[in-house]
Design a protein around this ligand. Structure first.
Ligand SMILES: [Zn+2]
Length: 107
């Protein structure tokens, strides 16, 4: 994994919210963070669409699991985005995906 991460001017101009929330899933878009083409895009509460890898590794702080920092991998983020896009809150809760899984602190 490279340490450097290029961000687009558009992304740099984007104000950071108090929290990023995954609000949906988008196919075949561009990552607003780095500009690369995405097969799977994650829709955020700010209106931005970003890649799951950028979201997991650069955009957000680690989540906490049993009091320890924990990062979801890109596959998990894509799964959350798809579940958020397609399923109601009741359905999400039934499979153990709760609101706190969708909310992240900005890095
Ligand atoms: Zn990106």
């Amino acid at each position: 994994m490279s340490k450097t991460h290029n961000t687009t001017a558009e992304w740099k101009a984007e104000p950071k919210p108090a929290k990023y929330e995954i609000v949906g899933y988008a196919e075949d878009d561009n990552c607003m963070c780095c500009g690369r083409n995405l097969r799977h895009g994650v829709k955020l509460n700010t209106g931005a669409i970003v890649g799951a890898k950028c979201f997991a590794e650069y955009i957000t702080k680690p989540a906490s699991y049993n009091g320890k920092p924990f990062r979801y991998d890109a596959q998990s983020i894509i799964r959350f985005a798809k579940i958020r896009e397609r399923w109601s809150e009741k359905e999400r809760n039934r499979i153990g995906v709760y609101q706190h899984h969708l909310e992240f602190e900005p890095a």
